[in-house]
Design a protein around this ligand. Structure first.
Ligand SMILES: Cc1ncc(COP(=O)(O)O)c(C=O)c1O
Length: 385
């Protein structure tokens, strides 16, 4: 009996030529300078291993006593994280999930009927396409305009049937933060709640008083702030994220979100108990990541200086940087050739929906020696072609 599958996803997307080449090189154990890795647990950072593991031994984890929004201790610890950033968030406005990605899926369930749209920035994080399709929603993006700095142009979004704006602050991969005046612009373009993905907010690469570090705790614009241990503590494997509901309608939204969360109860008890300790340990890992990111940014600034054919786009925060490459070669072809001929892996801009030029995305978590060598090889090729 043939099985009829849903049409939420294109289940059989063929592997593209870059992925095929990469798989072949990995299978052959060919040398590779990978400048794309954003997994902090495999980037050579030192973690307080004993304390991290010890946190998983809380005796409370032996009892199943679920709470839809999350254990009170863990929600208080998350409220403490916001207090450290200067935001007053009541634990009752926090709902724990297994990840930020799951938090998106809960919010799409909360806000969208099938066929409704959500409005993410472009360029941005490629997972949105899957997250939306899995919830039977559409994406209708608004552009981020670049003129030496990034700014959103929400006026250009098609807001028909839209249920929420998505702001990623700082954005992956452009590194741009949401600015104080921008929520009002979104509201003027369409009065919808803002889902603000703040997973990278602690990784500012320079200071700027005009930016918004979090929408959590503000009491006007309906908003949902998303974050989690994945980036804040550099612990993506532990699987804990959250939603903070703020602004008008927050308590109603929380009640509905609890109903969704109660259906799955997906955040595990050991991880929730341990999160109290892990959040307290976040400082050391954050500083190690931030100092690596800043060192890499300095290398990129040097290699993409005024006499270089490469242009480094402004990077305010986060774990990625974007380079513009001159010439007529597409980013896909450029990245393919670089892997094939020079064993260097970069991400092509089209993964993130860049248009109007050749862009590549570099991870700022790369080991600095690898980054310098990889970009030097790129420069040699760019100068040759
Ligand atoms: C902007 C952004 N949001 C969310 C996530 C996913 O976070 P999580 O591991 O909590 O699902 C990522 C992961 O790279 C990301 O770049």
């Amino acid at each position: 009996m043939p099985i009829t599958y849903s049409r939420r996803l294109h289940w059989t997307t063929p592997r593209n030529r870059l992925a095929t080449l990469l798989a072949a090189r990995r299978a052959a154990r060919a040398p590779l300078l990978d400048l794309t890795g954003t997994n902090p647990t495999q980037a050579g950072f030192e973690y307080p291993a004993r304390e991290i593991l010890q946190a998983l031994t809380h005796p409370g984890a032996l009892t199943y006593d679920p709470s839809a929004a999350g254990l009170p201790q863990a929600r208080e610890a998350v409220a403490g994280y916001y207090a450290d950033l200067g935001f007053n968030v009541h634990p009752e406005r926090i709902l724990l999930t297994a990840s930020t990605s799951e938090a998106y899926s809960f919010l799409f369930k909360l806000l969208c009927d099938p066929g409704c749209s959500v409005l993410p920035p472009r360029p941005s994080y490629p997972l949105f396409d899957y997250l939306a399709r899995l919830e039977l929603c559409r994406l209708s993006s608004y552009p981020l305009h670049y003129d030496g700095a990034w700014s959103p142009v929400p006026e250009l979004a098609d807001t028909t049937n839209a249920r929420a704006w998505i702001a990623v602050s700082p954005n992956n991969p452009t590194g741009s933060y949401l600015k104080q005046h921008e929520p009002a612009r979104f509201h003027a373009a369409a009065p919808l709640p803002i889902i603000c993905d703040e997973v990278f907010t602690c990784y500012a690469l320079r200071e700027d008083p005009s930016r918004i570090h979090s929408m959590a705790g503000q009491d006007t614009t309906p908003s949902f702030s998303l974050s989690g241990l994945s980036k804040i503590c550099g612990l993506p494997q532990m699987k804990l994220g959250w939603i903070v509901a703020s602004g008008e309608g927050a308590s109603d939204s929380m009640a509905r979100l609890e109903l969704i969360a109660d259906t799955f109860l997906s955040a595990s008890a050991p991880v929730q108990y341990a999160s109290v300790q892990w959040l307290a340990l976040r400082g050391a890992v954050q500083s190690a990541i931030l100092s690596r990111a800043r060192e890499n940014l300095a290398i990129l600034r040097r290699l993409a200086g005024p006499t270089s054919p490469l242009t480094l786009l402004d990077a305010e925060g986060g774990w990625t940087a974007v380079l513009r490459i001159p010439g007529s070669l597409s980013d896909e072809e450029r990245v393919y050739r670089l892997l094939d001929q020079d064993n260097v892996l970069l991400q092509p801009g089209y993964f993130y929906d860049f248009d109007g030029g050749t862009y590549v995305v570099v991870s700022l978590l790369t080991r600095p020696g690898h980054l310098e060598e990889g970009i030097t090889r790129l420069l040699r090729r760019v100068s040759d072609t």
